[in-house]
Design a protein around this ligand. Structure first.
Ligand SMILES: [Mg+2]
Length: 180
């Protein structure tokens, strides 16, 4: 029996805007993609440690009609180009608007649960990293090992985030995860 496979793969779930790349507000143009400090260098470290790298991103701009799904994927291609081929294992996005709260839209855990099912991930060995309370809440509701609040907006929601760590930079995020 393949025990590793039966137990499921560990993963890092990451928000996109304000976590991996600068949050410019409804990013829909490849030219606007700008990686945050340390992300390009450090994401491969997590991969080397055996984690699947999975993006889970609310994209209500699609539901609001600000941009299309094709625009979303054009941004995604640029992001993956800047990160390097094969760094991102999977990407899940939710086009729903906040008024239309659904199981998939963070802070609900739908995208994480979907990824866990489709990629055979072990949520109890996995982490959720994001710059908003809705990110950490989605991780907690999905039952991940720990959540990390990160980035410019992180300090605002520290109290209600439930985060195991509030990180000042991506280096701290990665050190926490690799430290156990
Ligand atoms: Mg964000």
């Amino acid at each position: 029996m393949d025990r590793g496979k039966a137990a499921g793969q560990k993963a890092i779930f990451l928000d996109r805007d304000g976590t991996l790349m600068r949050d410019v507000g409804y990013c829909c143009k490849p030219a606007e993609v700008q990686l945050l400090e340390g992300v390009g260098r450090l994401l491969p470290e997590l991969k080397k440690a055996g984690y699947k790298i999975v993006i889970v991103t609310n994209q209500s701009g699609i539901g609001r009609g600000y941009f299309t799904e094709e625009d979303f994927w054009s941004v995604q291609r640029e992001l993956e180009k800047q990160l390097g081929a094969g760094v991102i294992d999977a990407t899940y996005f939710c086009a729903d608007t906040p008024t239309n709260e659904t199981e998939r839209r963070k802070p609900n855990p739908g995208m994480l649960l979907e990824a866990a099912r489709e990629l055979s991930l072990d949520l109890e060995q996995s982490y959720m990293v994001g710059d908003k309370v809705s990110d950490t809440q989605a991780g907690i509701r999905a039952g991940v090992k720990a959540t990390i609040l990160f980035g410019a907006a992180a300090a605002e929601g520290t109290m209600e985030s439930g985060a195991a760590l509030v990180a000042k930079d991506f280096q701290e995020v990665v050190a926490f995860i690799l430290g156990g």
